[in-house]
Design a protein around this ligand. Structure first.
Ligand code: GLN
Length: 211
């Protein structure tokens, strides 16, 4: 019996959505699953979607465009109806219930029980790469690219911490069908490391709610 095609939407308003679409294609061929990667710009692109990736970029810009294009309410509803979401970097900020700049009134999907601090590791010039221990992915460390990423300052009781930096900063979390990474796993998937394990991990969450 062949498996049905998984339809994975990647929010394509701003940021590095192309890298995620590419990583999804690579992950699909490695896993032997059929995946249709869908760049999401309009509400109709979210019809019959099985999973959604919110990419890195600029969370204030993505948030504003999300509201302008009439996507925010639909995205929230998708989460409520059990569609898995994965937010990377800016995408993680959009998933968070709370950020350190609440006063700025930044539009958020506000679904994950976490508080994030934007640009916690400094400016673009202070971007860094590090080998991260992520037990959920297996023993080999995951090479993580941090590009003006947030840190996760606190997590609610239902949130599982998947990875921390040596200084204790939380940088990867899961709350049921919601996955969040403060760094950019799509970079490790499509560049030198060719390591798609985080994409595999997310696809397995999507498969688990679709079987
Ligand atoms: N600093 C960005 C923000 O606050 C996130 C950066 C990224 O996604 N690489 O939205």
């Amino acid at each position: 019996m062949s498996n049905p095609t998984l339809r994975i939407g990647v929010l394509a308003l701003q940021g590095d959505f192309e890298a995620h679409l590419k990583a999804l294609n690579m992950a699909a061929s490695q896993l032997g699953v059929e995946i249709e990667g869908i760049p999401v710009r309009l509400p109709r692109h979210l019809d019959e979607i099985d999973g959604i990736i919110l990419p890195g970029g600029e969370s204030t810009t993505i948030g504003k465009l999300m509201v302008e294009y009439g996507l925010d309410e639909i995205l929230r509803r998708k989460i409520q109806t059990g569609v898995p979401f994965w937010g990377t970097c800016a995408g993680l900020i959009l998933l968070a219930k709370e950020t350190d700049n609440a006063l700025a009134g930044q539009p958020l999907l506000a679904s994950m029980d976490i508080r994030v601090r934007r640009n916690a590791f400094g400016s673009q010039r202070e971007s860094f790469e590090t080998n991260l221990s992520v037990p959920a992915l297996g023993e080999a460390p995951f090479h993580a690219f941090f590009i003006r990423g947030p840190s996760i300052e606190s997590v609610g009781p239902e949130v599982e911490v998947l990875a921390t930096l040596d200084d204790g900063s939380i940088v990867a979390v899961r709350q049921g069908i919601l996955l969040g990474t403060a760094f950019h796993p799509e970079v490790a998937a499509i560049t030198g490391q060719q390591d798609p394990r985080f994409h595999h991990y997310f696809l397995r969450i999507v498969q688990s709610v679709n079987t």
